[in-house]
Design a protein. Structure first.
Length: 202
């Protein structure tokens, strides 16, 4: 089974779907993507993750200090509820608050500082996973779209990406992982995962 490589290269990044401009590489846009990555990394659908991010946007809660000032109660209801959460709303609210606090305390609210302090790509991933509730998948979500922008951002593609690539006869090794083409191909393959989940082979 094949898929058009040109179509994959034209895939929207998840950050672009949320109108987050990572090309600016500034702390404002980076934090937006950090928040969105936490939501994408939880056990909810992509649709709820996107809707919840938009709820944060609607309440002007796209900066760590603003989220800390808002507090747990406001995050649980109305923000999480308006995003479509019916489970994990309290847990995710706690996670976001703890991560905002750590970001402010340890890195002066700057994800660029986090990148600067990391020794290499593995240390960068470790520093991200030092945040509360952030595991390999959430770290991967955050870092993969930053590959072209951050020198130390080069996460290994997730196993599901490799499986989907193999299924659709896409040789991802042909592409420079630090290139925008690769990141777009990866985003396109991730979206195809829901199609092949129905396939007994995977």
């Amino acid at each position: 089974m094949q898929v058009s490589i040109n179509k994959l290269k034209g895939s929207k990044l998840y950050s672009e779907e949320l109108d987050i401009d990572l090309k600016k590489n500034d702390d404002k846009e980076l934090f937006k993507w950090f928040l969105a990555s936490i939501l994408f990394g939880t056990r909810i659908s992509e649709t709820i993750a996107k809707n919840t991010y938009k709820a944060f946007e609607n309440y002007d809660l796209l900066e760590p200090k603003k989220i800390l000032d808002a507090g747990w109660g406001l995050l649980v209801n109305p923000v999480m509820r308006e995003g479509g959460y019916v489970r994990y709303d309290w847990k995710t609210s706690t996670q976001i608050l703890k991560n905002c606090e750590m970001l402010v305390t340890e890195y002066n609210g700057s994800l660029k500082n986090l990148h600067k302090e990391a020794k290499d790509n593995k240390d960068l991933e470790k520093k991200l996973m030092d945040f509360y509730g952030i595991g390999p998948v959430t770290a991967n979500i955050f870092l993969r779209e930053l590959r072209p922008l951050w020198r130390k951002s080069d996460p290994e593609p997730l196993p599901i990406v490799k499986k989907v690539a193999e299924k659709y006869e896409v040789d991802i090794k042909e592409y420079n992982r630090k290139s925008l083409d690769f990141v777009r191909i990866e985003a396109g393959l991730i979206r195809l995962r829901n199609v092949i989940k129905k396939d007994s082979i995977l």
